[in-house]
Design a protein around this ligand. Sequence first.
Ligand SMILES: Nc1nc2c(ncn2[C@@H]2O[C@H](COP(=O)(O)OP(=O)(O)OP(=O)(O)O)[C@@H](O)[C@H]2O)c(=O)[nH]1
Ligand SMILES: [Mg+2]
Length: 237
Amino acid sequence: MAAESPTVWLIVPTFNEAPNIEPVVDAVREKLPAARRILIVDDSSPDGTGQIADRLAAAHDDVEVLHRGRKQGLGPAYLDGFRRALDGGADLVIQMDADFSHDPDYVPRLIDAARSTDLVLGSRYVPGGGVTEWGPLRRLVSRGGSTYARAWLGVGVRDLTGGFKCWRREALAAIDLDAVDSKGYAFQVEMTYRAIEAGFRVAEVPIVFRDRRVGSSKMTRGIVAEAIWRVPALRFR
Ligand SMILES: Nc1nc2c(ncn2[C@@H]2O[C@H](COP(=O)(O)OP(=O)(O)OP(=O)(O)O)[C@@H](O)[C@H]2O)c(=O)[nH]1
Ligand SMILES: [Mg+2]
């Protein structure tokens, strides 16, 4: 990685984020260094997110869009985004949701932490981190999910299910992306676990996670169920 100014690619997967995508891109552009690229990966959102993204790409030469044919889950969208970022010469690759749950203000901290580690996790479950607005059920599912995964996988990471991360190129490039087939939260767990297994250093920096500003959740029972069975499967792979 270039010592002074790494090229940072920020990947934002979208499905029906029409009210969010423009404000999110505007907010995060200001937080990124000059050597940056913002990649929106849209799965043919019926609400027109992809067209808004195209308009942003036409207006800003540091924004590009990857259109995918249909909704296939967060995991496959990120994998395509990762391939594109690695091909494009990224030194650092950041993953961020489009709904303001991941506050763009944390981006410089993630980039800074990546100077001394291979994978930085924005973490809700280290001192200084947390969640706001969530009801007791959602808190239980999230925290319980991280504890469950940590116990099965025998790793020390506190927030395994979060999706606000910064990868050094070397760590991402070492993972066989074609072998990853988790779709939802399990995808976040799987990627972090593969990085640990491959011997890369992982650090957690505290984030406060907010409820999405507008729009609707794509979380389904199926996504939770996938995480429940896939996590043990990762261990015994
Ligand atoms: N390209 C693509 N993006 C997706 C897909 N599913 C979710 N996303 C995006 O991934 C990010 C996280 O999804 P969310 O729906 O916010 O999931 P969540 O944070 O668990 O749930 P809420 O914030 O409560 O809605 C958002 O930017 C979504 O638009 C998908 O199948 N394809
Ligand atoms: Mg969200």
